[in-house]
Design a protein around this ligand. Structure first.
Ligand code: GLU
Length: 244
């Protein structure tokens, strides 16, 4: 089990993401990484090993920006390595994934036969490349087309460079929650990653998709119809959450 954190707000995203990933370390992992929208576009720093390795690389290669995604990986497809660490994607897309894409081999063959090249051995990269393959300017539409084709378990956090303050969250058979902040919003594998910032959370159901910006969160059902998400108040203390 690995961890996902996403943030859109006004603070330095890297700091929020590293804090969140650090809170999720208890879940176990073998690699870590972050992607952030910067003035130079979507940029990623990732590495096999401890989160501290990524933090060191970020210290010498800062990613200034206020919206991003982070991931701690527990390898299922492809050894723990820098190349297989998440996020995965293209110059336009960046994606983190928790879970397993069961039909990734046939999808990968389809993409390769259409000229797509891969830089990792993961099942996850297939999802990123498939979104890129279907993308025609409407990222939500491309994600919807991909969700109709992938099988397995997935919590996904997705950035698209054409929509710079926006995160997309998807959940099926892998945990993912939404955090409602003041001028900022979050996605995360669990509450421990975001409780320092907000106690207002929404629990995503299987098949649901959410679009987050710093100003709000819009949720959709599996048919991509807009839905209202119930927001709950977490009343645990940080210590209890971390011990629990
Ligand atoms: N199956 C993906 C991989 O091996 C995600 C693993 C995870 O949940 O961390 O990269």
């Amino acid at each position: 089990m690995c961890g996902i954190v996403g943030y859109s707000g006004a603070k330095n995203a890297v700091q929020v993401l590293l804090e969140g990933l650090s809170a999720l370390e208890y879940r176990g992992y073998d690699s870590a990484g972050v992607s952030v929208f910067t003035e130079k576009g979507l940029q990623t720093v990732k590495a096999a090993g401890r989160l501290a390795v990524v933090a060191e690389r970020l210290a010498s290669h800062p990613l200034p920006g206020c919206c991003g995604i982070g991931h701690t990986r527990w390898a299922t497809h492809g050894e723990p390595s820098d190349a297989n660490a998440h996020p995965h994607g293209t110059s336009r897309l960046s994606l983190v994934h928790n879970g397993i894409i069961e039909n990734y081999v046939e999808l990968k063959q389809f993409l390769i036969s259409n000229g797509v090249t891969f830089t990792s051995e993961t099942d996850t990269e297939v999802v990123a490349q498939l979104i890129e393959y279907f993308y025609e300017g409407d990222i939500l539409e491309a994600v919807g087309r991909v969700l109709r084709r992938i099988e397995g378990a997935y919590a996904l956090g997705i950035l698209c460079a054409d929509f710079p303050d926006q995160l997309i969250a998807v959940r099926k058979d892998s945990p993912l929650i939404l955090g409602y902040g003041d001028g900022c919003n979050f996605l995360a594998s669990d509450v421990t990653a975001i409780i320092r910032h907000t106690r207002k959370v929404g629990y995503m159901e299987d098949g649901e998709v959410a679009v987050l910006t710093r100003d709000g969160i819009q949720c959709y059902n599996h048919l991509m119809q807009p839905i209202e998400k119930k927001v709950s108040q977490v009343d645990w203390e940080i210590d209890a959450a971390e011990k629990g």
